[in-house]
Design a protein around this ligand. Structure first.
Ligand SMILES: NC(=O)c1ccc[n+]([C@@H]2O[C@H](COP(=O)([O-])OP(=O)(O)OC[C@H]3O[C@@H](n4cnc5c(N)ncnc54)[C@H](OP(=O)(O)O)[C@@H]3O)[C@@H](O)[C@H]2O)c1
Length: 406
């Protein structure tokens, strides 16, 4: 990272998923350090208005819309305003800006499996990869970590829990290697908006209720994942890859206040924790500045206002998605990719009003038991498993919707 002394060139950054919640927080932190960072490229899917606003403000050399008609619309709007940003499109455009020589650093903040290819491209090119897109690691952890090690990419976790664990790891720790002296990690979970609801009460919950997280302001997909606790399941798999640990050394701890973002327990009994207000600008600033510390705009933690910290074990019966994620990891091969694809399909159906909240794990379980999960030894095998799982999950959604179970 270049410091704000003006001595060296600013760090070039590509932000994949710039119009989302993580994208907005990243741009907020970068704007506080305009002499240290230069925005090289920004990407989105269809949100032309938001990307146009970012282009006006940050003047990137490139903007990418994954959706082709949206790219045409953005190109026209930028031309009308005489902004010189070049517009690329599609998956190829995303991969191109992840690999640009002038981008030292890539923030991977596309939601879902759509983030896999550009994030992997950034790893292949040896970038400093700021990883928010946990789904990429869940789908293809072995391939992804191999590319990181081969290329010498620096992988820095942005997910608040994994960033906290990274901060508590021994000095010199690198992602993907088993840390020395660590007994286990304690992965905290808020429990989401439905932590205290009974099974019966979970029956009628709506997308709006699921997206109203008590502590975090996030995109809609991760908000639903947080409500089903699949988010924690995906994070357990993410943690296995990032910290070189088996799942039995990753303990999920419900902590409703979201003040401790996770902990590392050492063999001598020491437990190190990272605390802070629940604001993603802290882990983002940590990853942007690493190994230095930079200002994030987050207000100081007021422990007197917090007053108490509570902890509970997770309830796998009310939240079966967590158990499904553990079993997908144990099954290995393409099972985590199938789990992820089925979850994305089910969550979208829930958000679209086609599926009941409690039918989400049913779709995932049905897809995991029906799909071949044997091989994930190549990117093609992972993408094939992803496609087949989406098709199968879509069919289950169709049946449930038709039968009135949804
Ligand atoms: N939000 C958080 O606090 C948080 C915390 C930890 C981890 N994460 C992880 O960070 C990632 C982003 O989460 P978020 O909450 O920021 O999501 P979000 O607000 O929904 O934003 C998603 C971003 O991805 C883009 N996108 C969606 N589909 C795409 C596609 N098919 N191709 C290319 N781009 C696509 C969106 O573009 P459009 O706007 O054009 O649709 C948007 O820029 C997720 O993997 C999530 O698990 C988020």
């Amino acid at each position: 990272m270049t410091q704000t002394t003006g001595q060296t060139a600013p760090t070039g950054i590509t932000i994949l998923g710039a119009t989302g919640s993580i994208g907005a927080s990243t741009l907020d932190v970068i704007a506080r350090h305009s002499d240290a960072f230069r925005v090289v490229a920004l990407t989105a899917n269809r949100n032309v208005e938001r990307l146009l606003e970012h282009c006006r403000r940050f003047r990137p050399a490139y903007a990418v819309m994954a959706d082709s008609p949206s790219a045409a619309a953005l190109r026209e709007r930028l031309r009308d305003e005489s902004i010189a940003t070049e517009v690329l499109e599609g998956v190829d455009g995303l991969a191109t800006v992840a690999a640009l020589p002038e981008a030292d650093c890539v923030m991977a903040a596309i939601v879902g499996g759509a983030g896999l290819l550009p994030t992997l491209e950034a790893a292949r090119c040896g970038k400093r990869v700021l990883l928010a897109n946990k789904e990429a690691l869940v789908m293809s952890g072995a391939i992804f970590m191999e590319e990181v090690k081969r290329s010498g990419a620096v992988l820095l976790p942005v997910d608040s829990e994994h960033n906290a664990i990274f901060q508590c790891m021994p000095a010199g720790f690198s992602a993907g290697y088993e840390p020395s002296g660590v007994r286990r990690v304690l992965l905290t979970a808020s429990g989401g908006p439905f932590r205290t609801l009974s099974l019966e009460e979970l029956d009628g919950v709506t997308p709006e209720q699921a997206c109203a997280h008590p502590n975090w302001d996030m995109g809609r997909k991760i908000s639903v994942d947080s409500a089903t606790m699949m988010n924690k399941g995906l994070e357990v798999i993410e943690a296995c890859w990032l910290f070189g640990l088996p799942p039995e050394r990753i303990q999920v701890v419900l902590h409703p206040q979201s003040v401790i973002h996770s902990m590392v327990e050492y063999s001598d009994g020491s437990v190190l924790a990272q605390l802070g207000n629940p604001d993603m600008r802290t882990p983002i600033a940590h990853a942007l500045g690493w190994p230095e510390r930079i200002e994030s705009g987050v207000s100081p933690l007021d422990l007197f206002a917090v007053a108490r910290l509570d902890f509970e074990p997770p309830d796998m019966v009310r939240f079966p998605c967590l158990a499904l994620a553990y079993s997908a990891w144990q099954a290995g091969g393409a099972a985590p990719a199938v789990l992820n694809a089925a979850n994305e399909t089910a969550v979208q159906a829930f958000l679209d009003g086609q599926l009941a909240f409690r039918a989400i794990p049913e779709v995932i379980e049905g897809t995991l038991s029906a799909c071949d999960t044997a091989a994930a030894d190549s990117l093609e095998a992972v993408l094939d498993a992803d496609r087949r799982a989406r098709d199968h999950a879509g069919r289950i959604v169709g049946v449930l919707a038709g039968s009135g179970v949804s």
